[in-house]
Design a protein around this ligand. Structure first.
Ligand SMILES: [Mg+2]
Length: 260
């Protein structure tokens, strides 16, 4: 095993608190010169805000160590020569897509892509219907999903994530979304390319049995599940079997030893 892909929410921090031992484990990775990359499905804030949020918890990471679906989608839109987009993302995250013109016209316009992220409290029937109508008015307009997570755990409890809204649009339009973010195989491949390792040489560590563990395994990686964040005991009785189960990210050094 040569490198580690690390989920952030639920692995490094939970709500507004760091997971005990997280920074120590990151220091251990650095000391051992084990390459790592944070792979997060966060679309509620831009990459530099993710870094700042962690800094406030005394966890030091760099923007270039973080792969988000928005960063991945911006790269893809560039290859497609996209001009005008309609993105359903919180205003702060739109910043990472500021190189593209944001559609501000009617619901029936022709845009290069409809991008759906975690709009959370800002979702309304009107917003979801606007995305639907933009897709219906142009059969060639791709639906780009920033992850397919079903839900996450906030301070208030479980919250719907981006997946249910993407599925609603897929169902209504009969069109399949292109997924950027976990559990998409392409997203894991993009992370491996950034680390310059093969799938068989990397371990994914996350708290989401489907997005992190199932997604990574389908892409050919080994994957360990942590019992923090959104972990539930029932995760262990489903169809996905993690290669390792850790009480928390702090157990990574001991687990790593067992892989050598
Ligand atoms: Mg997570």
């Amino acid at each position: 095993m040569k490198a580690v892909l690390i989920d952030l929410d639920g692995v490094i921090y939970q709500a507004d608190q760091p997971i005990p031992g997280a920074q120590r484990t990151l220091d251990w990775l650095k000391a051992r010169r084990i390459p790592y990359l944070f792979v997060t499905n966060t679309t509620s804030r831009p990459r530099d805000a993710v870094v700042e949020k962690l800094r406030l918890m005394d966890i030091q990471i760099k923007p270039q160590e973080v792969l988000t679906p928005v960063v991945a989608v911006a790269g893809w839109l560039n290859t497609q020569g996209a001009v005008t987009i309609a993105s359903f993302l919180p205003k702060t995250t739109q910043k990472d897509l500021s190189q593209f013109a944001q559609w501000a016209g009617t619901d029936d316009g022709c845009v290069s892509a409809v991008i759906v992220g975690d709009l959370a409290e800002e979702w309304s029937f009107g917003e979801l219907n606007r995305a639907f109508r933009l897709l219906m008015s142009n059969p060639d307009c791709p639906l780009l999903a920033l992850g397919l997570s079903r839900y996450w755990r906030s301070v208030q409890g479980l919250q719907l994530d981006v997946g249910p809204f993407v599925k609603a649009l897929e169902f209504a339009t009969g069109r399949a979304a292109i997924v950027f973010g976990k559990p998409s195989r392409d997203f894991f491949q993009q992370a491996l390319t950034m680390l310059d390792v093969k799938a068989s040489e990397a371990l994914m560590i996350g708290d989401d049995i489907r997005g992190d563990v199932g997604g990574a395994q389908a892409a050919g990686l080994k994957a360990a599940l942590v019992k923090t964040g959104k972990f539930q005991q029932t995760d262990l009785s489903g169809d996905i079997v993690p290669d390792g189960i850790l009480a928390s990210f702090a157990e990574l050094p001991a687990y790593w030893k067992s892989l050598e």
